[in-house]
Structure formats: structure tokens, C-alpha cells
Design a binder for this molecule. Structure first.
Ligand code: SF4
Length: 108
């Protein structure tokens, strides 16, 4: 059994803080992984010409598109894994790393 000095010790405080931070990170990661993928048929996605595979972008209707552009190299993309991530334009949904929309902006 721990004595009273342990209960109020900085070692115990550090353990509790680290355990709390770890729990929060696990919850945040699970939340991102649980989010659905953005559909091309989503109203906002359609308005921005979103394609889940940039290779399927029709250059005749999306003249801003240039080969090599994809969510994975867009300034608005935050990867949550190797194949998908979050876009600041589409909250609550994940976008494919190989997707594209006409709001693409070069990441520096
Ligand atoms: Fe992808 Fe960028 Fe368009 Fe978001 S703004 S969907 S990250 S290309």
C-alpha cells in the first residue's frame, strides 16, 4: 500500500497527467478514424468539383486542375493516415489523399 507521501507526490501527479493526455490522444485518433469518407455526391463536394481520385478529374470542366495535384499535396489537407485525412473545407468527413477539388492550394 502506498503511503501518504506518494498520494501527494509529484511522481503520482505526473503519472495522472500523462495518463489523461494519453487517453485524450486515443479518443482524438479514434474519432478521426471513425469519420466517414466524403462522397462525390455531397452537395458541397459537387459544388467544388471534388473527385475521390484526381485521375478522374475532367479537365474540360475543371480547367484549374493540373496533373500531380491531389489532396495529399494541398495546403488544406491534414493527413490522418497514409490514404486519407481531413480537409478544412469539409468538416466531419475525411477526404482521400489522392482526391482533388477546385479549391486545391499548393502546400509549402
Ligand atoms: Fe483536397 Fe485541398 Fe480540395 Fe480539401 S481543398 S478537398 S484537401 S484538394
Amino acid at each position: 500500500m502506498k503511503n501518504a507521501s506518494y498520494i501527494f507526490s509529484s511522481e503520482r501527479r505526473a503519472f495522472l497527467i500523462n495518463a489523461s493526455i494519453g487517453s485524450l490522444l486515443i479518443c482524438a485518433t479514434a474519432n478521426v478514424a471513425a469519420q466517414d469518407m466524403l462522397s462525390e455526391n455531397d452537395t458541397q463536394a459537387t459544388a467544388l468539383g471534388y473527385k475521390s481520385d484526381a485521375n478522374n478529374v475532367d479537365k474540360s470542366t475543371q480547367p484549374k486542375y493540373a496533373a500531380g495535384q491531389a489532396c495529399s499535396n494541398c495546403a488544406l489537407y491534414r493527413p490522418s493516415g497514409s490514404t486519407a485525412g481531413m480537409c478544412t473545407l469539409f468538416t466531419g468527413k475525411q477526404v482521400s489523399a489522392k482526391a482533388w477539388c477546385n479549391a486545391w492550394a499548393k502546400a509549402y
